[in-house]
Design a protein around this ligand. Structure first.
Ligand SMILES: [Zn+2]
Ligand SMILES: [Zn+2]
Length: 646
């Protein structure tokens, strides 16, 4: 008999060779129907694979991310099977599950394929799914594996097998399809009830631009048709909110091939938005004892050798900048931290100076492959809302608390209501992997856990996910349509103070190393604005909107009055403009609605006579005429509500 420990820590005895499926059966009928795979001592296995020794076991269903992954990866096999039946002779690259669904890279040879073929393939997949095909795991020797795929004529699989060690090769068979695969897979295909193929794209074999381009087909499956329907509605909504599309429509940013890929150009409205965000954060940080610093965009190669960034980014990033002096090299800065370390050590520091909180909206440059670039979320130059806190080990907890407070203020001001705090700790069984003393790690991890606990927020703790130089806390927000985004991060660092030999004189008159905390609540301005656009659909809160109001004179006759209104608004620090085009009022209103300007102020004969403006609110329609002073009060009141007096 073996002992199986379940997630609730209960221990049950089972005969050796029991499977996850059998364990589910012994627990409940419902679980048996829903189990997709099983976690055995942290590894995901087939639910049908025998367990031969004591183990911790978690049965995985559609509600677990790993359960979804099993379903989607199995769906990739099923799609490959369907395609092989419909297009004999195709060859297969790789077919993994991804965050939402799966893909398979396929060499269709001379056979053309497009999304017009999707319905036919989807139908075939569904047909095969209903056959209740079982997935069988077969261990193969390397020569057997090579033999199989050589005979089949699939050079991609042969290449993959050549890179594997003998003894670690497994095949999975389902229906008429056999694949080189590590697994795990579903018990059978019958849980796949709804299928949608989503897109095709070109994908170089092994991501190498010098090799053949295969056709990548993306798809997703669900255990219920209803869930697929909901997902497709969400996708439609996501398309409307795509920040690249909105960025163009709302005239926030653009890209120019001549300037270079991945280098965003902020247009006046975008710059306005960004400045508002920066001002908000600067205000908050000033109140919390931060000081602004400013650093250049490049640094000597020696700086990055000291920091270790040269070793990390040197080879795979922008080439060094050379000068007329032989051997002199500069790098575009990939991080602000090294510069800030130098600011810390420009003069001797005492414990009485700590904590020092150094903030900078620092622009950094990192080379991303062109295929990885995506709107504002993956760029080659971006501005971090960076700050570094230098403190004593005893101050870590309070500093963490302070940073969390800032993050919460931001979430409130931008109405991110749904978020999770993820805490990454070190792997206690493998302490050699990490630098910094045991005592300091204990202290910092304890501090982070306590701060999270005291905050009462939803927290996930992930042991083993800390960086080698310190534990960290990340914030994942859910946007208005349920997608998850990673935003800010707070990270403890024992490494850079060591590398830069940072010191302070303690109360004991001896030299000590400060602890460094890196933090960027927005992450970067680019990424944050992208997330904000996708979250709000471009309907920014009033305090942040690039233009808060637009005055719409119904004819040229009222331009002077419109300008008078504009002056009053500008004097009250309301961002506004006048639409002086020779267009009908209806057209002006429609255009202002498209630009998502929160308030439209229509002025004509009656408004001039009464000294009023007729207010329309974006998305709400007509609110009637009010005095300009009343409108100013209304706007200020609304902003105060949004910002909670910040
Ligand atoms: Zn597989
Ligand atoms: Zn940093």
């Amino acid at each position: 008999m073996i002992n199986i420990t379940l997630p609730d820590n209960s221990v049950r005895e089972y005969p050796e060779g029991i499977t996850g499926f059998d364990i589910a059966k012994s627990i409940s009928e419902g679980l048996t129907r829903n189990v997709l795979s099983v976690m055995v001592d942290g590894e995901v296995w087939d639910a049908s694979r025998p367990i031969n020794s004591d183990a911790s076991v978690k049965l995985l269903t559609w509600n677990d991310p790993e359960g979804k992954a099993t379903m989607w990866h199995s769906s990739a096999h099923l799609m490959a099977e369907a395609i092989e039946i419909l297009y004999p002779g195709v060859k297969f690259g790789i077919g993994p599950d991804i965050e939402n669904g799966f893909y398979y890279d396929i060499d269709f040879g001379e056979q053309p394929i497009s999304s017009d073929d999707f319905p036919k393939i989807e139908k075939k997949i569904q047909e095969l799914a209903r056959e209740k095909q079982q997935f069988t795991r077969i261990e193969k020797t390397k020569s057997e594996a090579l033999d199989y795929f050589s005979k089949k004529g699939d050079e991609y699989k042969v290449e993959l097998i050549n890179d594997l060690e003998d003894g670690e090769i497994t095949f999975y068979e389902s229906g008429h399809f056999t694949d080189l695969c590590r697994g795990p897979h579903l018990p059978d295909t019958s849980v796949i009830k709804a299928v949608k193929l989503l897109a095709t794209a070109g994908a170089y074999w092994r991501g190498d631009e010098t090799r053949k381009q295969l056709t990548r087909i993306y798809g997703i499956t669900f255990p219920k048709q209803k869930e697929l329907d909901e997902y497709l509605v969400m996708l439609e909504e996501a398309k409307k909110r795509d920040h690249r599309k909105l960025g163009k429509e709302l005239e926030l940013f653009t890209f120019s091939q001549r300037v270079g890929q991945g280098l965003p150009l902020w247009l006046p409205r975008g710059a306005q938005l960004r400045e508002k965000l920066e001002a908000f954060l600067k205000r908050t940080q000033k109140r919390m004892g931060y000081e602004q610093v400013i650093c250049p965009h490049i640094g000597n190669v020696e700086l990055y050798k000291t920091s270790g960034h040269y070793q990390k980014y040197g080879e795979s990033s922008f080439r060094p900048i050379t000068t007329p002096i032989p051997g002199e090299e500069f790098f575009l800065k990939p991080m602000n931290c090294p510069h800030h370390c130098e600011i810390y050590s420009y003069k001797p520091r005492s414990y009485k100076d700590l904590p020092i909180r150094m903030a900078e909206f620092g622009t950094v440059y990192r080379y991303e492959q062109s295929g990885e670039l995506h709107g504002l979320t993956r760029v080659r130059g971006f501005t971090q809302d960076d700050a570094h806190i230098f403190c004593t080990p005893d101050q870590v907890k309070d500093e963490f608390k302070g940073v969390m407070e800032i993050v919460m203020l931001i979430f409130k001001a931008l109405s991110f209501k749904d978020f999770i705090v993820q805490i990454s700790l070190r792997d206690k069984t493998n302490k050699e992997k990490y630098i910094g003393s045991d005592e300091n790690w204990e202290k910092a991890e304890q501090a982070i856990l306590e701060v999270a606990e005291e905050s009462g927020l939803d927290t996930v703790i992930v042991p083993g996910e800390a960086a080698f130089y310190g534990p960290k806390m990340d914030f994942m927000v859910k946007d208005a349509i349920g997608r998850k985004w990673q935003l800010g991060t707070i990270q403890v660092d024992y490494n850079l103070p060591e590398r830069f030999e940072l010191e302070y004189i303690g109360a004991d008159n001896l030299k000590h190393r400060p602890v460094m905390i890196h933090r960027a609540p927005f992450g970067s301005m680019e990424r944050f604005v992208a997330v904000l656009l996708e979250h709000t659909g471009g309907n920014f809160p009033l305090w942040l909107a690039p233009d808060q109001a637009i005055v719409l004179p119904i004819s040229e006759k009222y331009h002077d009055y419109a300008k008078k209104v504009l002056n009053l608004l500008n004097n009250s620090e309301i961002r506004a403009l006048v639409d002086e085009r020779n267009e009908k009022a209806g057209k002006k209103i429609r255009d202002a609605e498209l630009m998502k300007i929160p308030y439209m102020l229509v002025v004509g004969e009656r408004e001039v006579t009464e000294g009023t403006v007729s207010v329309r609110k974006h998305g709400h329609g007509d609110l009637g005429p009010i005095k300009v002073e009343e409108f100013v009060k209304r706007v200020n009141g609304e902003m105060e509500e949004e910002l909670g007096g910040l």
